[in-house]
Design a protein around this ligand. Structure first.
Ligand SMILES: Nc1nc2c(c(=O)[nH]1)N[C@H]1C(S)=C(S)[C@@H](COP(=O)(O)O)O[C@H]1N2
Ligand SMILES: [Mo]
Length: 327
């Protein structure tokens, strides 16, 4: 299916202060010539320090205009403090503020990503080399956790499809699987059997190739902080948040559907597909509505949208599928 990124300028869809702030930042960062540089040819070199400004070239900045896929104009992005202070990252504990408190202990350099399975190009790649071919873009996406809370988040990264194509998957590659780092010395949650570590996730290859699936290295124009999944995490905006695996160290192309952490931990509660669907309740709660983090009316809920509002872009992937069965 042909996908056309909506031609909406960020000025139309993000609040002017956010937009102007980012634009001013882009100009400033380019002038300063320091930090994490994105070359004109699209080479991304992402600095190790969380919070370091990322840079975009003029070209990349233009593609940001074309490719930002933002929510409704009434939906304001959540603040940095909200996005990095309320997290799910069980490697650092099960409390929402545990990741912000403890993830600083994780060392994200040196880092490498292993690619194997059904692909022509496989191997282990130092992160700098792994990221080099990609121009960074900003994508403002809705984020919906299966626990029925949500945010709006301005991620920085590059399309997953670009990354996958580089490794030339074979015709047997029907799925792609991802694995998080296993390092109990720096990830205290892994010293307890909360989950079957390392955290694993996966997508059908056609889902993975959809232009909305995004590899994330930054947030609000800055290097991703550890609690948000540094140095590299996945975001699949039409699926529940748990598909968005953090701190990725391994990517495997497979013929069979890969096993995924949450769907194995509780198969009745979490499926492989995990598409946001207000019509398919979780066994312990409804998915029809959600609570937006930061809403001053704490108990106020808003309607959850089919595929988290991205049905126009992704519904074709599930034509003819029983979404109650494949939840
Ligand atoms: N490795 C790893 N990835 C993970 C998780 C986790 O516990 N470990 N939690 C998932 C869940 S349940 C959600 S909702 C999102 C939360 O992302 P955020 O903290 O950036 O909002 O990360 C997902 N990715
Ligand atoms: Mo979640």
């Amino acid at each position: 299916m042909a996908f056309r990124a909506p031609r909406i300028a960020p000025s139309q869809i993000t609040p002017p202060d956010t937009y102007l702030g980012r634009r001013a930042f882009l100009a400033g960062a380019l002038g300063a010539g320091a930090g994490a540089a994105i070359g004109r040819a699209g080479a991304a070199v992402v600095a190790a320090r969380a919070g370091t400004p990322l840079q975009y070239t003029d070209d990349a900045a233009e593609s940001v205009d074309a490719l930002v896929h933002a929510p409704d104009q009434n939906e304001k992005p959540n603040t940095w403090a909200q996005i990095t202070g309320y997290n799910n990252y069980y490697e650092f504990g099960t409390g929402k503020s545990d990741p912000a408190q403890y993830a600083g202990s994780l060392q994200t350099r040196p880092w490498s990503v292993a690619v194997d399975g059904e692909a022509q190009i496989t191997g282990s790649f130092p992160l700098e080399e792994f990221l080099k071919p990609y121009a960074l873009e900003e994508r403002i996406y809705r984020f919906r956790c299966v626990e029925a809370w949500s945010m709006v988040i301005p991620w920085v990264g590059f399309p997953l499809a670009q990354m996958l194509k580089r490794f030339k998957p074979t015709s047997r590659a029907k799925y792609v699987a991802f694995e998080t780092l296993y390092r109990p010395g720096q990830m205290p949650g892994q010293r307890e059997r909360i989950l079957d570590w390392p955290y694993r996730e996966g997508l059908r290859i056609d889902e993975a190739m959809n232009p909305l699936a995004f590899m994330v290295v930054g947030l609000y124009g800055r290097v991703l902080p550890n609690q948000s999944g540094a140095p590299l995490r996945l975001i699949v905006p039409w699926k529940y948040g748990f598909k968005g695996i953090k701190a990725i160290v391994r990517i495997v192309f497979t013929e069979a559907q890969p096993s995924t952490t949450w769907s194995e931990a509780a198969p009745d509660e979490y499926g492989f597909y995990a598409n946001v669907n207000p019509n398919v309740p979780h066994p312990r709660w409804s998915q029809a509505t959600e609570r937006r983090i930061g809403n001053p009316f704490f108990h106020e809920r808003q309607a959850t949208l089919m595929f988290n509002g991205y049905a126009d872009e992704v519904a074709y992937l599930y034509k003819g599928m029983n979404l109650h069965r494949y939840f």
